[in-house]
Design a protein around this ligand. Structure first.
Ligand SMILES: [Zn+2]
Length: 91
């Protein structure tokens, strides 16, 4: 899931629609779609954002990497720690 700023999205949609086009014109259909989208966004449930944990792979003795957040060793290096989900600074 990707969290976004719903208020910013609604403001953007208001800028794109609402031109009071003549009924049954193409632009009227555009306005209707924009208004329905705004209504849907406003009714959507708000979710709590979880803190994104950041970490890095730390190479200890024997050159075996472990997570800086949970200390566990991964089977392979990846963008996220498979044990605690920390987002690693992988290029
Ligand atoms: Zn971890």
């Amino acid at each position: 899931m990707r969290l976004i700023d719903a208020d910013e999205l609604v403001a953007f949609l208001h800028r794109k629609g609402g031109c009071d086009a003549p009924k049954d014109s193409w632009a009227d259909g555009w306005d209707t779609a924009i208004n329905e989208t705004i209504a849907h966004v406003l009714l959507m449930q708000t979710k709590e954002a979880e803190h994104v944990k950041h970490g890095e792979w730390v190479y200890g003795e024997n050159d075996i990497p472990h997570c800086s957040e949970c200390g566990k060793e991964p089977k392979e290096i990846s963008q996220y720690c498979p044990h605690c989900g920390a987002n690693m600074e992988v290029d």
